[in-house]
Design a binder for this molecule. Structure first.
Ligand code: PLP
Ligand code: COI
Length: 342
């Protein structure tokens, strides 16, 4: 199969949300005795491992998220996989797990996307193929220590919008009773445990009517950190792009790309600590990330206070959204070389 293979006809592309659809194959590499195996494509939707695997007991699980798109000219391209590779290596380094050579990571992405190319939503549908690299300790240990075996897997699955309202604003609330990460902890790494920590605060916020929880810095609870699954960005009333600088947030590839695009458009970019009180100074607020793309935030509730940003996507955010998705679909020139053709 190659990029001329058309999308399947047995999937209703228009109704895809951000959910798991089984596809043809995943790819798996095993690290043992200091070396990675060749990658094997498998049609099995389950994996087996030791009951004492360290990913099950001791949090030795790193993951990534990126997307493949069908472009206007028929190519299939993945957005900035080099950055996900670097971030995954930073995460596994922190977990004392073996790093992955860049060529192996890119080859794995290429092979698994190609093998499932008919699962990539059609150009113009708004959907994409979500790519989820996973790096887990699979060797058995009962003491807390690194494993002697790891598996690197990539699953792919077609997805639509993370929040069903698309570019309509979603209300957020600041979480006051929980932190998603510790001040000197793992917030800047993409480890599975961070998402376990976010489940309860996310559920409590959702029950109050807020689908996106916003976390504060865990040391002082004074500055904006990030949303549960995405970075925080704001456009100030005088048109600056403002985003959080914090050691406990994930360095987002989407945010990094948006900052570059904002600079390209002549917008001043400020990556710095943002005090909660500054929420009153912003004209537009968005969540940004691979899954959420740019999701406008309609309001942020903080105790008794409510900061309002409007129900629709603001003009600067919309411009950035159009440019980002335009590059991803080959409609806008890829001047920074962000697309990886498979
Ligand atoms: N912050 C968190 C906690 C995330 O899980 C994600 C998603 O990966 C992001 C930010 C956005 O990062 P990226 O743009 O690389 O997807
Ligand atoms: C992503 O945006 O790729 C993520 O990993 C966020 C989330 C779905 C956990």
């Amino acid at each position: 199969m190659d990029s001329t293979t058309p999308p399947r006809t047995d999937i209703d592309w228009a109704s895809l949300g951000f959910s798991y659809t089984p596809v043809r194959s995943h790819i798996r590499y095993t690290w043992k005795n200091g070396a990675w195996s060749e990658g094997v494509l498998s049609g099995d939707h389950t994996i087996t491992m030791s009951i004492a695997a360290t990913c099950l007991h001791y949090g030795q699980a790193a993951f990534e998220g990126l997307k493949a798109f069908r472009c206007k000219d028929g190519r299939v391209c993945v957005f900035r996989p080099w950055e996900n590779h670097k971030r995954m290596n930073r995460t596994v380094h922190q977990l004392l797990a073996p790093e992955i050579p860049e060529e192996m990571f890119l080859d794995a992405v290429r092979r698994v996307v190609r093998d499932n190319i008919d699962y990539i939503p059609p150009y113009g549908s708004g959907g994409s193929l979500y790519i989820r690299p996973l790096h887990v300790g699979t060797g058995p240990r009962i003491g807390v220590q690194p494993a002697d075996q790891y598996d690197f897997l990539i699953l792919v699955t077609p997805v639509g919008a993370y929040y069903k309202d698309g570019l309509h604003g979603v209300p957020s609330m600041i979480v006051e009773d929980f932190d998603r990460a510790a001040p000197l902890g793992m917030g800047q790494f993409k480890v599975a445990g961070n998402y376990g920590a976010s489940l309860m605060p996310a559920k409590l916020a959702k029950l109050k009517g807020f689908p996106i929880p916003l976390f504060l810095d865990p040391r002082e609870h004074k500055y904006i950190d990030e949303f549960g699954t995405s970075n925080f960005l704001a456009i100030s009333k005088d048109g600056r792009y403002v985003t959080s600088d914090s050691a406990s947030i994930l360095p987002s590839v989407t945010n990094m790309s948006l900052m570059q695009m904002a600079r390209d458009l002549g917008i001043t970019v400020e990556k710095r600590k943002i005090e909660v009180g500054e929420l009153a100074d912003f004209a537009e607020v968005d969540a940004c990330g691979t899954a959420v793309v740019i999701t406008p935030i309609s309001s942020i509730t903080y105790g008794e206070k409510v900061f309002e940003y409007g129900k629709e996507c603001g003009p600067v955010s919309k411009k950035l959204y159009d440019r980002l998705t335009g590059i991803q679909h080959g409609e806008v020139a890829d001047e920074h070389g962000w697309l990886f053709e498979v």
